[in-house]
Design a protein around this ligand. Structure first.
Ligand code: SF4
Ligand code: SF4
Length: 437
């Protein structure tokens, strides 16, 4: 039999260790190797062939191709069953003046009658997503502004969602959240995503009101009130080199306020990056790997960060928590597949990265239904089997081809790669979870 090294092996040294790891996202195996064995495998003269064959690290190319194709069909089938996240933007207006806002350059809207648009949005959801599991995420701008018109819009969205038994998530800056709690309690709230970028002084520098006034105490009070009311909170911190050193202080604060002890509380770290509008000071921005390198060093010095947030480090955390590899990732971009975005002007977009961006509209749901079928199909067909660069990349089933919008911004077209530094992330993550822990 003509066994060869699998095209899906990912081998690299574990950070701060003499040992190496090998993972194979197709055969779903992962092992730690000594340097000698890793070297022999990389040189193409592997020892213990039987074990390597059993784990799929050595395989017959035609057999492996069959496994790849049948896995792909399973992936497509299971995606058809996945829940769809439908974003609705009732406004692009915001009361914050965040230093890094990517929507800053978007035009502000003209006042319009929101009622027929919201009704048309729900009718579109009824007809176009019939039979799919789904929920709606209300996004902005800032969707929970304190004025009466915005409150009336949110009330109507809740009413229409409740009629249909749909749950709602809200992506909010949190400033007026406390005053919205009684209204939100009438909805089925899946999650409130609220951003806090650090302890008070750091958050206030980065996320002030337009007047320059700080916002930390109101936002933190909103988190307290939401948890108190039994509403799940997903706290997000948008990271760059300026606030990374302050993450331990934010973690301590979250522990002290009792947030991390709540089952309703979870966190995510976003990366501040140039999405559509150039940022003034782009040398404070991280690339994907350097952010997680700095986070690794920070966690080693301040373990409290892990009480606040356990980073995924590609599939390292999954492997640690579940004791097995995840399913192969043939696609990591949900746009136009399990994610869509709609805005108050009646337009349809692929996802949150493109919503409201001039030139990215894929159609309209109001005043009439239109869809640019070819443009939507370009999103739907993009995965690691369609992107030429991904077809022979050993990382493909751990990377999934990345974000289509980021790929288009960088390469000018959707069907192009947005590479994830999978090996580097795994090197850090396996060290953190399996060696340091
Ligand atoms: S384009 Fe990027 S932001 Fe939009 S759904 Fe895909 S991965 Fe997400
Ligand atoms: S996006 Fe880049 S790293 Fe990811 S699978 Fe494609 S070529 Fe490989």
């Amino acid at each position: 039999m003509d066994y060869r090294l699998s095209k899906h092996n990912i081998i690299s040294q574990i950070k701060n260790s003499d040992e190496y790891f090998i993972i194979n996202p197709l055969s779903r195996n992962a092992d730690i190797l000594d340097a000698e064995t890793a070297g022999a495998i990389m040189d193409g003269s592997p020892p213990n062939k039987e074990e390597l064959i059993e784990k799929g690290y050595l395989s017959i190319p035609e057999e492996e191709e069959k496994l790849f194709r049948s896995g792909y069909l399973d992936f497509l089938d299971s995606r058809d069953e996945d829940e769809v996240q439908i974003f609705y933007v009732p406004t692009y207006t915001c009361n914050f003046n965040c230093t890094y806002c990517y929507q800053e350059g978007y035009e502000n809207e003209k006042p319009s009658d929101y009622k027929p648009v919201i009704k048309a949005f729900f009718e579109y959801v009824d007809s176009e997503f019939a039979g799919r599991r789904k929920y709606i995420t209300v996004f902005g701008g800032e969707p929970l502004l304190p004025d009466p018109t915005t409150r009336a819009k949110i009330e109507l969205i809740i009413e229409e969602a409740n009629k249909r038994g749909l749950s709602l998530a809200f992506v909010t800056n949190g400033y007026s959240l406390e005053s919205y709690i009684p209204m939100l309690k009438t909805a089925s709230v899946r999650e409130l995503q609220i951003t806090i970028d650090g302890p008070a002084d750091i958050h206030n520098q980065r996320r002030p009101l337009h007047s320059g006034k700080g916002t930390f105490s109101e936002v933190a009070a909103g988190v307290d009130a939401a948890l108190e009311a039994g509403l799940p909170v997903n706290l997000r911190a948008v990271m760059d080199k300026e606030n990374m050193p302050h993450l331990p202080a934010l973690a301590e604060l979250a522990v002290e306020r009792g947030w991390t002890a709540s089952k309703l509380f979870k966190t995510q770290l976003g990366r501040n990056y140039e999405l559509h509008y150039c940022q003034e000071n782009s040398n404070k921005l991280y690339d994907r790997l350097s952010m997680y390198e700095d986070l690794y060093d920070l966690i080693k010095k301040h373990p409290v960060v892990m009480e606040f947030h356990r980073p995924a480090y590609s599939i390292s955390r999954f492997l640690f928590d579940n004791g097995e590899m995840p399913e192969p990732l043939y696609d990591s971009c949900p746009g136009c597949k399990t994610e869509w975005a709609f805005d108050y002007s009646g337009q349809i977009f692929s996802c949150t990265a493109t919503v409201g961006k001039p030139g990215e509209s894929l159609g309209t749901f109001y005043p009439e239904k239109t869809l640019k079928e070819d443009a939507a199909a370009a999103w739907q067909d993009r995965d690691v089997t369609s992107i030429p660069e991904c077809r022979n990349c050993e990382l493909r089933l751990a990377c999934g081809g990345g974000c289509a919008s980021a790929a288009k911004n960088r390469n000018g077209e959707i069907n192009s790669p947005d590479c994830r530094p999978v090996a580097g992330l795994m090197s850090l993550g396996l060290s953190l979870y399996f060696k340091e822990n």
